[in-house]
Ligand binder design. Structure first.
Ligand code: FES
Length: 120
């Protein structure tokens, strides 16, 4: 028996067109999945998902904007967070949780890491 990390995938949209309609290019929007509020960023490099709650002081990141360098900018104190790693560009220890996005033939999916217990 052991614990194992795995990604559980959830369908967000039926197609990339539906995703682009929900969050326009170069914009942000929020979506709630279960008890998680997620900020979606539609950038020239693709769709990204981060926790909507800023780790600095709790502002809603989806009310911010994306920089040209590929980071999300908090609307309150203007901290920048890398959309791929979640790391604050200021060099501080703040991180925002990031979630993988996959565009598949049958829709657009978001992944959440879960720890599961396996007997075999
Ligand atoms: S609340 Fe986001 S940077 Fe301060």
């Amino acid at each position: 028996m052991f614990f194992k990390k795995q990604i559980q995938w959830y369908k967000l949209f039926d197609s990339i067109d539906a995703a682009n309609a929900f969050v326009e290019k170069d914009h942000l929007n929020s979506i709630t999945i279960g008890n998680k509020k997620i900020c979606l960023a539609n950038t020239p490099k693709g769709l990204f998902a981060v926790n909507d709650k800023c780790p600095h002081n709790g502002a809603s990141l989806s009310r911010g904007y994306c920089s040209k360098e590929g980071s999300i900018v908090c609307p309150v104190h203007r901290y920048h967070f890398d959309l791929k790693t979640g790391r604050a560009k200021s060099g501080g220890g703040d991180y925002v949780d990031t979630y993988p996005i996959e565009v598949r033939n049958d829709g657009v999916f978001i992944g959440f890491s879960e720890t599961v217990w396996k007997l075999f």
